[in-house]
Design a protein around this ligand. Structure first.
Ligand SMILES: [Mn+2]
Length: 160
């Protein structure tokens, strides 16, 4: 099963049209939005016609029913989704990995740094970078991830 991961759209929801036009993106069966801004996930839901799990970022105001962490169970995997600012991610992902392990997750997804990252270990750690305000490239980025039970996730980082 394919999922899409996006973060840090910061209100630039028009960029989702460009993202969804990328080959393969329309086949994502669900999306994760790692925050900043969490309400942008509503626009992504409308555009993609798929459900979008989301969490609050440090730039997000309180949104009813949206929290700073979420667990998403999909295709035999358990994903710990959080924005990252509460887990010292500008330093490293150790604290995030520990929280994911404690939650029984095999995948941790975060954003916040606006820098894409893929780390493989006991927990697979993924940051799609920022779709709207990248700090690691001129182009925004997102991820398409193939998830199958009992297999390591296959991760494609895509620049738009
Ligand atoms: Mn942030």
């Amino acid at each position: 099963m394919r999922i899409g991961i996006v973060s840090d759209s910061h209100g630039n929801t028009r960029i989702f049209e460009k993202m969804l036009a990328v080959s393969g993106a329309a086949e994502a069966e669900m999306w994760l939005h790692a925050g900043d801004f969490a309400p942008d996930a509503d626009d992504l839901e409308l555009l993609s016609e798929k459900s979008v799990a989301r969490v609050l970022g440090n730039c997000d105001l309180f949104v009813d029913g949206v929290y700073e962490e979420a667990i998403v169970e999909v295709a035999g995997h358990r994903i710990f989704l959080t924005h990252g600012h509460l887990f010292n991610v500008r330093f490293d992902t150790a604290m995030l990995q520990e929280a994911a392990r404690a939650a029984g997750a095999d995948i941790a997804v975060y954003g916040h740094t606006h820098i894409a990252l893929e780390e493989r270990g006991e927990v697979t750690v993924l940051n799609p970078g920022s779709i709207a305000r990248p700090r690691d490239d001129q182009r925004g980025s997102f991820m398409l991830v193939e998830l199958n039970a009992g297999e390591d996730p296959q991760v494609n980082l895509i620049r738009i």
